[in-house]
Design a protein around this ligand. Structure first.
Ligand code: AMP
Ligand code: GLY
Length: 434
């Protein structure tokens, strides 16, 4: 079948790599793609949010399946767009409906949903300019740190965690006065949860689900989790501290009621649910939902998935996921993200990349790259994910770190400590940072 992937980052390159391993995929297109996706299909210079252009392309190229990478087109309603058009409605779209995508698109919606279905999450209140004074007074009564969240999508910047009440009140006012534009016209204030984070991924047809390998990502730019938040600097799968007992609680208290809740409320959902979780005193809580796969989590999750992904997507479309069992590679996968100097603040693009041909024993998933005159150039903040396997985290990291050094471009930056917190004390001492 002809498949169209929407997006152009490391997640989408990993989808392209995985989908083209299936004999069911005849032709793959990626809109817009990057220098890496070109190895697996045809890049199409279209925006994932330009629905009329996607329509023409899908008809002209007899697309039978659309796999949506990022959240923006989902929150904008790409699923519904395809399903409401006579000439497109036969196409399988992997993603939730616009209504269900609010699980990511609106923090207040997600909190209300969790509250209604009794899914464990931090206690919260929501405010708009209408009750701004009430919000300011509420903050004064709260213990610190205070968590402020812009309701809508804010490019990963909409969450502020503040130790000072007055600063929290100032930021709260700034948010309601447009600090993040329309995204912060509503603000959620929630209790701070102190624990360790991990991510769980389900693929659902709306009724049943399968669980993919879990992962932990590293969001801060600096080593030892310091500095600004980024889209993600690396990831590890599986996560050693998430044992069977914790996973059982996650499924019973979080995954099952979420899927059941979506089903009960009549929301159409045929795609990934990304559960951003935190373990507090041994108990799992939801920090956030995303309505798509994570990036760079995908770069470690899909390499560990042994199933044919096109088959799983067809089952998602046909409501037959229950007939499928997920098979995983038992090894550990790690990925290290190479980023442009300056990221996540201002950075320059267009740097020539070299050394890729010298890489052995790792998978290279391109993120912000493009091809020009036969050369690969940097074209974004996050540039390339280097994924490796090992029988232990140490083994996998040694390969990812070695190859992170092999690839060169001006201003290259990456974290040398990805996964180190997951390594037991004894072996950690032996691990030398290079
Ligand atoms: P979110 O965009 O909701 O995932 O929030 C971004 C990051 O802020 C999360 O990955 C957590 O590290 C942190 N965070 C969000 N909500 C909370 C909370 N209630 N307690 C502690 N940390 C939080
Ligand atoms: N790496 C976090 C995310 O994809 O949201």
């Amino acid at each position: 079948m002809n498949i169209l992937i929407l997006g152009g980052g490391g997640r989408e390159h990993t989808f392209a790599w995985k989908l083209t391993q299936s004999p069911l995929c005849t032709q793959l297109y990626i809109a817009p793609g990057n220098a890496g996706t070109r190895q697996h299909g045809i890049n199409v210079n279209l925006s994932p949010e330009d629905f009329p252009a996607l329509k023409t392309f899908s008809i002209d190229h007899k697309i039978e399946m659309v796999v949506v990478g990022p959240e923006a087109p989902l929150v904008k309603g790409v699923y519904d767009f395809y399903k409401n058009e006579e000439e497109l409605k036969h196409i399988a779209v992997i993603g939730p409906s616009q209504e269900a995508a609010q699980l990511e698109g609106s923090k207040a919606f997600a909190k209300k949903f969790m509250h209604y279905y009794r899914i464990p999450t931090a206690a919260y209140r929501e405010f708009t300019v209408e009750n701004i004074e009430e919000g300011i007074a509420y903050i004064a009564t709260q213990p610190t740190p205070i968590v402020l969240k812009a309701d809508g999508l804010a490019a990963g910047k909409g969450v502020l965690i503040l130790d000072d009440i007055e600063e929290a009140q100032t930021e709260f006012k700034a948010m309601l006065n447009g600090k993040f534009g329309a995204a912060s016209a509503k603000v959620v204030i929630e209790d701070f949860l102190d624990g360790i984070e991990f991510s769980v991924f389900a693929l659902t047809d709306g009724k049943d689900y399968v669980l993919l390998p879990m992962a932990k990502d590293y969001k801060r730019i600096g080593e030892d989790d310091t500095g600004l938040n980024t889209g993600g600097m690396g990831a590890v799968s599986p996560v050693p501290f998430v044992d069977d007992a914790l996973m059982e609680k996650v499924e019973e208290r979080i995954v099952e009621p979420t899927i059941q809740g979506l089903n009960d409320s009549g929301m159409v959902y045929k795609g990934f649910v990304f559960f951003g979780l935190i373990r507090v005193d041994g108990e799992p809580f939801v920090i956030e939902y995303n309505c798509r796969m994570g990036d760079p989590e995908t770069e470690v999750v899909l390499p560990r998935l042994k199933n044919d992904l096109v088959e799983l997507f067809m089952a998602t479309e046909n409501n037959t996921l229950r007939e499928h069992t997920i098979e995983k590679d038992s090894r550990t996968a790690t990925t290290i993200m190479l980023v442009s100097g300056g990221y996540p603040e201002a950075y320059t693009k267009g740097k020539v990349m070299t050394g890729m041909e010298k890489v052995r024993d790792s998978l290279l998933f391109h993120a912000g790259t493009k091809t020009e005159n036969g050369q690969v150039l940097t074209n974004g903040g996050r540039v390339m994910a280097i994924t490796s396997f090992g029988n232990t985290i140490e083994e996998a990291l040694a390969l990812s770190n070695k190859n992170a050094k092999t690839i060169q471009f001006e201003g290259k930056n990456y974290r040398r400590d990805i996964g180190e917190d997951l390594i037991s004390g004894q072996s950690k001492k032996k691990l030398k940072r290079t």
